[in-house]
Write a protein that binds this ligand. Structure first.
Ligand code: SF4
Ligand code: SF4
Length: 182
């Protein structure tokens, strides 16, 4: 069964399923140790703060409502099936380190695995998910608000990159786990 067929069944694709299992296994066995690293702890705190700042700004500007509206109108706006396969191990593991469970059930077969009834169920999201703004949003927002939102998204992504870089380092040097992007 190919990936496209697997998606039609509403099941997680094998690649994503394998990465989720691996992230959960690392978290189960090494999560406490990873969270005890002071530098990673600070970087994760900073990342979560930026994620929440982006979320607050999206609420203030009404884009959260725009995207939540799409989430309930399957097939879910721009959150299409297969986007879950863009995710790599570090992003999934960081979600777990931030206390967020990774969804395994896909509510709508034409939508991304991670899309829930009121929007994305992940906390740490892919760069493209954070950066993407459809025409409806870019046409509705005033230029200064759009600039503000883009700048905040950049802050979030930079904080995420810093946390990911530290995570790579610890996994490789302390746990001999090398992450290979596919
Ligand atoms: S970015 Fe646009 S298309 Fe995508 S979920 Fe939000 S409102 Fe819908
Ligand atoms: S990861 Fe979240 S934001 Fe990105 S496509 Fe999936 S549901 Fe949408």
């Amino acid at each position: 069964m190919d990936l496209a067929s697997e998606r039609k069944t509403g099941q997680t694709g094998k690649r994503c399923e394998d990465l989720i299992k691996l992230a959960e296994s690392i978290f189960r066995n090494h999560g406490a140790g990873l969270l005890a690293d002071p530098e990673l702890g600070l970087l994760l705190t900073e990342y979560e703060k930026e994620i929440r700042s982006t979320g607050r700004l999206m609420e203030e500007l009404g884009t959260f409502a725009d995207c939540s509206g799409c989430a309930v109108r399957a097939p879910g706006g721009c959150c299409g099936a297969g986007i879950e396969d863009w995710y790599e191990l570090p992003q999934l593991l960081i979600n777990l380190l931030l206390g967020r469970q990774i969804p395994r059930e896909r509510p709508h077969e034409d939508c991304c695995l991670f899309l829930g009834e009121s929007g994305c169920r992940l906390l740490a999201r892919h760069d493209i998910c954070v950066n993407y703004l459809c025409d409806r949003i870019t046409k509705r927002l005033a230029a200064p608000d759009l600039d503000h939102l883009k700048a905040q998204a950049g802050q979030e992504l930079f904080a995420g990159w810093q946390a990911e870089r530290r995570l790579f380092h610890i996994l490789k040097t302390h746990l001999s786990i090398s992450i290979v992007y596919s």
